[in-house]
Design a binder for this molecule. Structure first.
Ligand code: ATP
Ligand code: MG
Length: 649
């Protein structure tokens, strides 16, 4: 049946093994060791996860591990712990107490460093302030903030009390914020008078004021003074951060909660449709986030770890805040844009703070390529020892550029596959062990059992594309969609019987490596070949003149669907019919004649979500001749869409 699989066409044969030097000091230092741990976890998953979970501090030890009543799970359910205790108090007993927990840099250039001791004190004080404002265990608190230390402090303060946080990315509009506040039923909002972005100020408080005119449950708004901008004020409701803290004690014992207690709700990026309020637990989430941070990033006590994601996305929750802090590591946090004041801001930050591990998104890497390698070469990046990516498939050419120009050819690159729903990284190289292949997320982490299957759930042979599923529950998986268990079941557990459905297409090669091929919803059907978007896009981006590409299908009488490519060119390249012809032939040579784009459309920019992912569903509507009708609330820049429509006319 043609619909069963996805044809895979791209072949990539380059391979990079970790250096002996890197492997020697790594937590997992050989493939043999990885295989051993993996096999143990397959044989005895409960034993494996219990061992990992015991690395946390439990106020009451658990005796149960997994309870699975498909599709609902509980992990470590009779255990009790507190996330804030694990991320802070635990480190105060030894030499880490005076180590930097957070190194923060504001866009204007101000720097603040908080040691574990200092961060603990701030968190305790703000937790007491929240208590005084009536926040109790089980309440929801909405955080709509810039990337400033107070955001991390607020998260940890909520966790300390057992309140559930719902962070809404500061780039969202008042309407999107309102929908998320209502859905989560939050009673308090923490925001700021603004955040610095690209030399301007993001007016967060204005958006809150507008949003909560329609949110009667919100009783209080706490406002951090960040930019000094003038903001409207509602007495009795609004309160400055320092006022909230005045006279509070710095003594606030962490409240132990059940392992299954909801730590946070987070809405997905909305790349494929209406965002889902993903609910995460306490014990299972922290277990896996802590262990993946250590394993995948090979985190050590001297590292300075910089994950560039905004905390408003799951990547920021797991790998700016909870994962690094649970490990007692130093996490760097940056407030602003990568191009302020110059195109070299990131490299400047790496040089000045001696960042050793750098984790960013393919879309950012493609932007850096477009800006040119003269920006990183101006800086001393020798402190880097490991690079990572997440968010989209990384095309091999971008991987190679990153490896050479940022990593100096010496840093392993970990391409980490995961989702808001998975809570933590599931498929990724272990940098001291796994030989990497550009464009592949490589092998599953221990305890994770993925498979590539057809519609009936039958495993596909090597190199045949299909649906990526996860066969067994894992501790950090989402517990439900907030107040919508039916949608949880329908979305993740009804497509393939008994298995978690990721929504992504993938193939597994003969070495057992996973290659992500894009989203199932975006798969093209050309003359009976079902093509993943990632491979055709990757072929286009491997052409020197192409900076970024998005590929979608358009109905076609003869072939079923025809390939339409939206392309942004490298700076300085003038669009022309000749370029179109070159690109068409390039795809034919790389993949095959049938994958040749029927149309190539040049664009200054592609429509992206606020987390930087290409929104193919909107391009599909444009390519098909209809104006984009779908949900555009998560679109980063609405004018991009208008511009694409204009070009059509
Ligand atoms: P929505 O679910 O609302 O449509 P979203 O899927 O973009 O939004 P996220 O949870 O932020 O929301 O993104 C997860 C998705 O990102 C994955 O399902 C996958 O499609 C893509 N992704 C993440 N990391 C990788 C990676 N390393 N390689 C390939 N794809 C990746
Ligand atoms: Mg998704």
């Amino acid at each position: 049946m043609a619909e069963d699989h996805i044809t895979s066409l791209l072949k990539e044969s380059r391979q990079f093994s970790p250096s002996a030097e890197f492997a020697a000091r790594a937590h997992v230092s050989s493939m043999a060791r990885y295989e051993e741990i993996y096999a143990h976890a397959v044989r005895d998953p409960d034993g494996y996860w219990a061992e990992v979970a015991r690395e946390l501090r439990w106020t009451k030890p658990f005796t149960k591990v997994l309870e699975w009543e498909a599709p609902f799970c509980k992990w470590f359910s009779d255990g009790r712990l507190n996330v804030s205790d694990n991320c802070l108090d635990r480190h105060l007993e030894g030499p880490r107490r005076n180590k930097a927990a957070l190194i923060w840099e504001g866009e204007p250039g101000d720097v603040r460093t908080l040691t574990y001791l200092q961060l603990h004190r701030e968190v305790c004080r703000f937790a007491n302030a929240l208590k005084r404002l009536g926040v109790c265990k089980g309440d929801r608190v909405c955080l709509y903030m810039p990337m400033i230390p107070e955001l991390a402090i607020s998260m940890l303060a909520c966790a300390r009390l057992g309140a559930t946080h719902s962070i809404v990315f500061g780039g969202f509009s008042a309407d999107a914020l309102r929908d998320r506040i209502l859905d989560a039923d939050a009673k308090l909002v923490v925001t700021a008078d603004g955040g610095h972005r690209r030399g301007g100020v993001v007016a967060l408080k204005d958006a809150v004021d507008e949003a909560i005119t329609q949110c009667p449950a919100v009783q209080r708004v706490v406002v951090v003074r960040r930019t000094g901008s003038k903001v409207a004020w509602k007495e009795g409701r609004d309160l400055w951060w320092d006022e909230a803290l005045s006279g509070v004690s710095a003594d606030c014992p962490a409240e132990p909660v059940d392992a299954e207690h909801p730590l946070f709700i987070l809405y997905t990026s909305g790349t494929t449709g209406r965002p889902k309020g993903v609910v995460h637990s306490t014990g299972g989430y922290l277990t896996q986030v802590a262990s993946t941070t250590r394993m995948v990033f090979d985190l050590g006590d001297e590292d300075v770890f910089w994950c560039t994601a905004d905390i408003g996305w799951v990547t920021g929750h797991s790998y700016v805040v909870y994962g690094p802090l649970a490990n007692g590591a130093t996490s760097l946090m940056y407030e602003g844009a990568p191009n302020f004041p110059g195109l070299d801001r990131f490299w400047d930050i790496i040089e000045r703070h001696r960042v050793s591990i750098f984790y960013t998104a393919p879309t950012a890497i493609r932007t850096f390529i477009r800006w040119g390698e003269e920006h990183p070469t101006k800086h001393d990046l020798s402190s880097l020892r490991l690079l990572g990516t997440v968010g989209e498939p990384i095309n091999p050419e971008a991987w190679m550029w990153y490896h050479a120009n940022i990593g100096g050819g010496r840093c392993p690159v970990v391409d980490t596959w995961w989702q808001t729903e998975t809570g933590a990284i599931l498929i990724s190289p272990l940098p001291g062990a796994t030989p990497t292949k550009p464009g592949s997320a490589t092998r599953p982490l221990p305890g994770i059992v993925p498979a590539v299957v057809d519609k009936e759930g039958r495993p596909q042979p090597p190199d045949k594309g299909g649906f990526l599923v996860i066969e067994r529950p894992w501790p950090a998986m989402l517990r439900t969609i907030y107040r919508d268990p039916d949608r949880y079941r329908a979305q993740y557990f009804s497509q393939i019987e008994g298995k978690y459905f990721t929504g992504d297409g993938a193939r597994r090669d003969t070495d057992g490596y996973y290659w992500l091929m894009g989203r199932i919803d975006d798969v093209l059907n050309v003359s009976g070949h079902r093509l993943g978007t990632a491979e055709v896009e990757s072929a286009l981006v491997s052409h020197d003149l192409v900076a970024e590409a998005a590929v979608v299908g358009r109905p076609d009488e003869i072939t079923g669907q025809a390939v339409v490519a939206f392309v942004t060119l490298t700076s300085g390249t003038i669009p022309s019919d000749e370029v179109k012809h070159d690109l068409t032939e390039h795809v034919a040579a790389q993949i095959g004649k049938f994958a040749r784009p029927a149309a190539i459309r040049f664009a200054d920019a592609l429509p992206k979500t606020r987390s930087g992912k290409i929104m193919r569903r909107l391009l599909k509507e444009i390519a098909g001749g209809s104006s984009a009708q779908g949900d555009t609330t998560t679109l980063e820049d609405i004018s991009v869409l208008a511009k694409l429509r204009e070009d059509e006319e």
